[in-house]
Design a protein around this ligand. Structure first.
Ligand SMILES: C[S@@+](CC[C@H](N)C(=O)[O-])C[C@H]1O[C@@H](n2cnc3c(N)ncnc32)[C@H](O)[C@@H]1O
Length: 268
């Protein structure tokens, strides 16, 4: 299986099993326990914060067309729609796109696309004013990320803005701590699975789709990739994107970086 097929397979399984939790994984929402309204509210809050920051940094954006890359079920795409004439969401997993269409409240102004190729060739050059991608490229192999960044630039109009999230490489000590935590979590998951299997063995046979779904979400782990900040800055510059600023923070053992950049050339 190629890298992209594996990626699609993993997210398709997660999207069929426990889609909202696969996107925002908090322990209390595991097992299809996200309240959809609360889930979509997180997208509204994220976009409000985003536009506050853009305004605060004096970054202007034309309000024609926006792309949400790796849109999932449209948590952020839906919230972006009121700010633009048209918004497109792209995702690799058909199950995510199916759900995104079900949750769409903006009719034709919001379109979702399943895209399983390592590029964005379905879109003409210079058509978007804004590209956004959050909690996506950390799951994409760096070789593909490099290609997608070049594609973001190709589809943006000159003067268009990209805000993309790419966690940076962890220092070796922090990485060791992170990997130890992952191993510990896997061990706990494994023990929980064994114990719940034992419990089910003791119960009278009954349809157990919830436990199957939860098993699917434990078995299918999304891989994580970290890319050095210098590398991402270099990729953006080589793709004719002027980096305006970065925003950085730590989430547990991950050093998150959000890159704000503008495509070179006169605005159209
Ligand atoms: C953690 S979820 C984030 C979803 C959305 N960005 C959000 O913040 O709600 C990651 C999403 O990226 C999608 N994805 C992963 N690799 C992708 C790729 N190569 N192209 C498009 N989507 C991808 C997955 O299917 C999944 O829906």
């Amino acid at each position: 299986m190629s890298g992209i097929e594996k990626l699609r397979d993993t997210w398709e399984t997660l999207g069929r099993g426990d889609p909202l939790w696969a996107i925002l994984s908090t322990p209390e929402t595991r097992g299809n326990r996200w309240d959809a309204a609360a889930f979509f509210q997180t997208g509204e809050d994220e976009v409000t914060r985003l536009f506050d920051r853009l305004k605060g940094m004096d970054i202007s954006i034309q309000r024609g067309r926006a792309l949400d890359f790796g849109c999932g079920v449209g948590r952020v795409t839906q919230a972006l729609a009121p700010y633009f004439d048209k918004v497109d969401g792209v995702d690799i997993a058909p199950s995510m796109i199916r759900l995104a269409n079900q949750y769409n409240h903006h009719g034709d102004r919001c379109q979702y696309h399943e895209n399983t190729s390592p590029d964005l060739e379905r879109f003409d050059p210079n058509i978007f004013d804004f590209v956004y991608s959050r909690i996506v490229l950390m799951h994409v192999p760096p070789r593909l990320t490099k290609r997608y960044i070049a594609e973001f630039s190709r589809i943006l109009r000159p003067g268009g803005v990209a805000v993309i999230h790419v966690p940076s490489a962890l220092p070796p000590m922090r990485r060791a701590v992170y990997e130890t935590a992952v191993l510990r979590r896997r061990a706990i998951d494994w023990i929980a699975r064994v114990l719940s299997q034992r419990r089910e063995d003791l119960l009278p046979a009954a349809g157990s789709s919830a436990s199957e779904r939860s098993a699917a979400s434990t078995t299918y782990k999304h891989a994580m990739y970290f890319t050095r900040k210098a590398k991402v800055l270099d990729l953006l510059r080589r793709s004719d994107m002027n980096v305006i600023c970065t925003e950085e923070w730590d989430t547990g053992a991950v050093h998150d970086v959000l890159y704000y950049s503008r495509k070179t050339g006169a605005r159209t």
